[in-house]
Every structure is written in structure tokens, then in C-alpha cells.
Ligand binder design. Structure first.
Ligand SMILES: Nc1nc2c(ncn2[C@@H]2O[C@H](COP(=O)(O)OP(=O)(O)O)[C@@H](O)[C@H]2O)c(=O)[nH]1
Ligand SMILES: [Mg+2]
Ligand SMILES: [Zn+2]
Length: 301
């Protein structure tokens, strides 16, 4: 019989390599750990309890602590497959070029809400906007702030802007999402200048090669924040939203919806609809309501 000792402190899964995972303890040590077969498929972000074999000090994951949130994606067979866990916020990045896709942004806001996460709107590449565009963008970001979202404008070549972003990420665990070309990789480079050193340390500690293009990594940030990064997460799409998700994911529509005549009002054609009234009176932004209707259509049926 091999003797083992249970470690009392939970450790963080910072990368999953299939057969084994890399875990990070509070004191900053990265180690390889093999999950027992009764432990569900682990993903970056998971908090787990491990036991160490007395002689070899090899770690085994014995228990997964319940995930607060989970980001999932359908696999080739259409089964929902977790990509990362315990993410507190989606940072929705947008920029021009390629162009600010307001519908996609609202779709991500709904997806974040449906997954129990907050959302941060990050307008990047402000250096490419003229004064009029900056003023328009600020108005639009103010709309999100009024709804309770954080919204910041940055450009990845500005040190103060990156400092502002890092401040925003304090005590949050964040995944960057958004269209291709908006600057997600550039942001990662700026907030994790030591990225290669970090993945190298994970490789050295676990014996797994650096798979930055396929593996999801959890990176601790200063101020108790974390960044969850992987191509899979960056390409996370929101095609799977339900009507219920859309109805509750537009914060202001949900709020006004309590006053509709019908409790199952979907705020499109029903009489005595408090939402349509609020749109008419300018209390709900018309563009948000248009996006709401478009998203409802795309998930109907
Ligand atoms: N002018 C400007 N260009 C940027 C900025 N951030 C990123 N880019 C450029 O935008 C392009 C796409 O960026 P990338 O990080 O690859 O976007 P991703 O597809 O979202 O990962 C690259 O050519 C970057 O150099 C910015 O703040 N200002
Ligand atoms: Mg990229
Ligand atoms: Zn209504």
C-alpha cells in the first residue's frame, strides 16, 4: 500500500493537459497532478483538493470544489464541453477596425449573464478614432455604465491605458472575448509581458510541452485578478442562447418587463407592454431594444 496525505489547502488548476493537470498552490508553486478517475474532467480555473503520495510526493486530485461558473462550448458531437471555470467576468473587446459590432457585444452580455458572469466592455484602438468618433463611443459606453457594466476605452500602445485595464481586472477572473482583429492577443501581451516565462514554468514543472495554441491557461494577475486565456475561449461563441437567456440578459428590459400586463410578455407586439413604452419614452435605448429583438429572432424555434 502506498501511503498518501491529503493537502488541506485547495489548489488552482492552471492548465489541463488531458492525462494530468498543472496546479498552482497559494505559495506560488506549480506542480503536476493526476486526477482520480472519480474526479470529473478538469479545466483551467478549477479549485481542487489533492493528496500527495508520502514517498514520491506525487500529487493526485481527489476532489473538485464546486465551480462558481463554467464556460462551455459544444464539441463536434454537440455535447457541451467545459473550457474553463470560475470566471467572474467576460471582458468583451471591440475596436474599429474591424468595426464595432454592437449586436455581438450585447450577445456576449447576454451570454455572460446566462453563465452567471459579469461583463466588462473594453473599447480598444482608441488611437485610431477621430474626435467625433471618440465622443460617440464615450456616449455609447456611458449607456453600458448606466446599466451597471464596467466600460473602459484603451489602446494597447498606451501604458496608462493598460494600467487602467489592470486596475479594472483587480479581484476579477476574466476571459477576453470578441471578434477577430479587435486586439485580444495584443492585450494579453501587454498585461502578461512574461507570458512565455510563465508557460515555460508550467512546462518545466509538469513535463508537458508549452501548448499555448491549444491549452487553456489560468494566469494570476496582480491585485488578485486572473486572466483565462486560450484560443478556444477567445473563439467562444454565443449561438446557444435561449429565449429565456435573452429576456433576462438585457438588464433594463428585464427590469421594465416586471410592469408588463402579461408576465410572459416578450415585448414585441403585446398590448400594455412596459418595455415598448420605455423605449418610446427614451428610457430604454432604442438600439439595445433592436438588438434584443434581433437576438430573440435568432434563437426562436
Ligand atoms: N492602432 C492600434 N492597433 C492595435 C491596437 N491593439 C491591437 N492593434 C492591432 O490590431 C491587429 C489585431 O490585433 P490582435 O491582437 O491580433 O487581435 P485579436 O485577433 O483580437 O487577437 C494587430 O495588427 C495589432 O497590432 C491598438 O490599441 N491600436
Ligand atoms: Mg488573437
Ligand atoms: Zn412587455
Amino acid at each position: 500500500m502506498t501511503e498518501s496525505v491529503i493537502l488541506t489547502e485547495p489548489v488552482r488548476v492552471v492548465a489541463n493537459f488531458g492525462a494530468a493537470v498543472a496546479v498552482l498552490s497559494k505559495d506560488g508553486v506549480i506542480r503536476r497532478a493526476s486526477p482520480l478517475s472519480r474526479v470529473p474532467q478538469l479545466v483551467a480555473g478549477d479549485l481542487v483538493f489533492c493528496e500527495a503520495e508520502k514517498n514520491t510526493q506525487q500529487l493526485r486530485v481527489v476532489e473538485l470544489i464546486e465551480r462558481k461558473t463554467q464556460l462551455a462550448r459544444p464539441d463536434r458531437r454537440g455535447q457541451s464541453k467545459p473550457l474553463a471555470s470560475n470566471i467572474s467576468h467576460l471582458a468583451i473587446v471591440c475596436a474599429k477596425p474591424p468595426g464595432i459590432d454592437q449586436l455581438l457585444i450585447d450577445q456576449f452580455c447576454v451570454a455572460a449573464d446566462a453563465a452567471g458572469m459579469g461583463a466588462i466592455i473594453v473599447l480598444n484602438k482608441t488611437d485610431l478614432l477621430d474626435d467625433v468618433e471618440v465622443a460617440q463611443a464615450e456616449q455609447w459606453l456611458a449607456c453600458y455604465r448606466q446599466l451597471g457594466y464596467s466600460a473602459i476605452s484603451i489602446n494597447t500602445r498606451s501604458k496608462p491605458a493598460i494600467a487602467l485595464l489592470l486596475e479594472e481586472l483587480e479581484r476579477k477572473s476574466v476571459a477576453l472575448v470578441g471578434a477577430s482583429g479587435v486586439g485580444k492577443s495584443s492585450i494579453v501581451q501587454q498585461i502578461l509581458p512574461d507570458l512565455e516565462i510563465r508557460t515555460g514554468a508550467i512546462s518545466a514543472a509538469t513535463g508537458f510541452g508549452a501548448h499555448t495554441t491549444t491549452v487553456t491557461y489560468w494566469y494570476n494577475l496582480p491585485g488578485e485578478g486572473a486572466l483565462i486565456d486560450s484560443p478556444g475561449v477567445r473563439q467562444f461563441t454565443v449561438a446557444h442562447l435561449s429565449v429565456a437567456d435573452v429576456r433576462s440578459g438585457f438588464i433594463e428590459i428585464e427590469e421594465y418587463g416586471h410592469n408588463c400586463r402579461f408576465s410572459n410578455c416578450i415585448h414585441t407586439v403585446e398590448p400594455n407592454c412596459a418595455v415598448r413604452e420605455a423605449v418610446g419614452q427614451g428610457n430604454i435605448a432604442a438600439w439595445r431594444y433592436e438588438n434584443y429583438k434581433k437576438l430573440l429572432e435568432s434563437c426562436a424555434g
